[in-house]
Design a protein around this ligand. Structure first.
Ligand code: NAD
Ligand code: IPM
Ligand code: MN
Length: 348
């Protein structure tokens, strides 16, 4: 019986994971679940954002369903104790280097997009974000310069193997979609990006069937709102992928709609919405649970090979939205639980 670790986390994390759990339960797939605290919740209950028991569960489980971490009460803690270190630690400890963030416009959400309906309607892309390297994991610190000023630093780096393995994920993802891969970098300024571009070009020799293009990240940000329909698969580094995926979410209607899969290449994965703990709406039943429900669908597909069940969940979300179910971020009035109800009902 596959074991799913549920790590709800902070803020709206518990609210949205509860709805995804209800959807999984309703499918009656014979899964077992174990829950553990993570992030600020774990700091307050166990003194650390990623306690050993939580990490142990994550390692034992076949897949992880993750809510969100982040708590304003923790912003002044030393960095290693902050909630965000839990998700960074899980990604690193479990070797989850490939983050797939699909962004597509669900039918009927044209009016929720920040873009004109005819521009928004064409959105159907996957952002493949590298998740174990870049400026996130380089040496960082605060120091005092010779002249007595405070200086913060974060080293950005990638080695060629790290670029090669995520490039392959990008090409493979494009191969099962429309065959178009856009590599996003800042090779006009950064050495990290020059290596990125060189290695992506080298790997492209193994994928003659894929149409590869390159784009600077500033242009990519502009093109995402000008003509998002031009993108099929984007492959990019950790920081650029973080920023561009939040932007893509709003083009597609709401940050409450975008799921993600973080994979280690063997099938094991962590599945989470791309959004955070949303302290501004936490505890009010306002959060859109669709991103987490769609993350559960990705869990079924990528970690458990249950494609038919994943299809059912995605169709149910589509049917609920088509039927008019909307949380506040989509311009509606439904609560988090009522949106979950609508999806469960649409499962049939
Ligand atoms: P956020 O994604 O939490 O929220 C940004 C805005 O989007 C807020 O106005 C919020 O209300 C809204 N929003 C987010 N998810 C929503 C949903 N499902 N339904 C409706 N509205 C939604 O980003 P933030 O405010 O910059 O960060 C808050 C905290 O979350 C910080 O501590 C941050 O570090 C953390 N964070 C964690 C993760 C993660 O756990 N993977 C991801 C992003 C941010
Ligand atoms: C995300 C978040 C995280 C990131 C933070 C909370 C560490 O923004 O999952 O997108 O930057 O990767
Ligand atoms: Mn982010």
């Amino acid at each position: 019986m596959p074991l799913i670790a549920i790590l709800p986390g902070d803020g709206i994390g518990p609210e949205v994971t509860a709805e995804a759990r209800r959807v999984l339960d309703a499918l009656d797939l014979g899964l077992s679940f174990e829950e553990a605290p993570v992030g600020g919740a774990a700091y307050f209950s166990a003194g650390h954002p990623l306690p050993p028991a939580t990490l142990d569960l994550a390692k034992r489980a076949d897949a992880i369903l993750f809510g969100a971490v982040g708590d304003p009460r923790c912003d002044a803690l030393e960095r290693h104790l902050r909630p965000e270190q839990a998700i960074l630690g899980l990604r690193k400890e479990l070797g989850l280097f490939a983050n797939l963030r699909p962004a597509k416009l669900f039918p009927g959400l044209e009016d929720a997009s920040a873009l004109r309906p005819e521009v928004a309607g064409a959105i159907d892309m996957v952002i493949v974000r590298e998740l174990n390297g870049d400026v996130y994991f380089g040496e960082k610190g605060m120091r005092t310069t010779a002249s007595g000023r405070r200086e913060g630093y974060d080293i950005m780096s990638y080695d060629e193997d790290e670029v090669a393995r995520i490039a392959k994920v990008g090409f493979e993802t494009a191969r099962v979609r429309k065959g178009k891969l856009c590599s996003v970098d800042k090779a006009n300024v950064l050495e990290t990006s020059q290596l990125w571009r060189d290695v992506v070009i080298e790997i492209s020799a193994q994928y003659p069937d894929i149409a590869l293009t390159h784009m600077y990240v500033d242009n990519a940000a502009m093109q995402l709102v000008r003509n998002p329909g031009q993108f099929d698969v984007i492959v990019t580094g950790n920081l650029f992928g973080d920023i561009l995926s939040d932007q893509a979410s709003m083009c597609a209607g709401s940050i409450g709609m975008l799921p993600s899969a973080s994979l280690d290449g063997s099938g094991k994965g962590l599945f989470e919405p791309i959004h955070g703990s949303a302290p501004d709406i936490a505890g009010q039943g306002k959060a859109n649970p669709c991103a987490t429900i769609l993350s559960a669908a990705m869990l079924l597909r990528y970690s458990l090979g249950m494609d038919a069940a994943a299809d059912r969940v995605e169709s149910a979300v589509t049917a609920a939205l088509t039927g008019g179910a909307r949380t506040a971020d989509l311009g509606g009035t439904l609560s988090t639980a009522a949106m979950g109800d609508a999806v469960v009902k649409a499962l049939g």
